[in-house]
Design a binder for this molecule. Structure first.
Ligand SMILES: [Fe+2]
Ligand SMILES: [Fe+2]
Length: 172
């Protein structure tokens, strides 16, 4: 898929992941979030490196599959810990990644289009846990497009595993 996400980075995240790697907050969800975000980025102009790393880190520190309101800030700090070791980003891009991970469960939207795109990429995959997507909780026009919602929702409900580096990590 790209050079920003290496197998070593995925394995470091998997090593400490507390939940089911193939569960509702596991790597197949991350793979769909990644594809959702990259698809949206074509319209929103979001930073694609940040979108990919958000997909990987945003739920990486979850401690349960239900109510865990601090998993976003923990995921952001985990990204900070691995930065410079297993991936790298300039300060301005890292700030966007940190913000998107930190706030993804706490903020409805954000002023920055990359952060908005990250939020939407995650929310477009809510069908897998039986939630009906309400467009008013989506930040970008691209995500609110009924065709986009239908596309992402069907993949989410069906547990579709994308053909990308995170989809392949399903079998790691
Ligand atoms: Fe999350
Ligand atoms: Fe998520």
């Amino acid at each position: 898929m790209d050079s920003i996400i290496s197998d070593q980075l995925i394995l470091a995240i998997k090593d400490q992941f507390q939940l089911n790697w193939n569960g509702v907050h596991g790597v197949s969800h991350w793979a769909r979030v990644c594809e959702n975000g990259l698809q949206l980025a074509e319209a929103t102009g979001a930073n694609k490196k940040v979108v990919k790393l958000f997909a990987l880190f945003h739920d990486s520190q979850r401690l349960n599959e239900s109510w865990d309101p601090d998993h976003g800030p923990r995921g952001a700090r985990f990204a900070e810990l691995l930065r410079g070791k297993l991936f790298d980003l300039p300060n301005d891009e890292f700030d966007l990644l940190f913000t998107a991970c930190s706030l993804h469960t706490q903020a409805n939207t954000h002023i920055d289009r990359t952060v908005q795109t990250c939020f939407d990429a995650d929310r477009l995959d809510l069908g897998r846990v039986g939630k009906i997507l309400d467009p008013k909780f989506l930040c970008t026009e691209a995500a609110r497009d009924p065709k986009t919602i239908e596309w992402a929702n069907q993949r989410s409900i069906n547990g579709f595993v994308p053909d990308n580096i995170l989809g392949h990590a399903n079998f790691l």
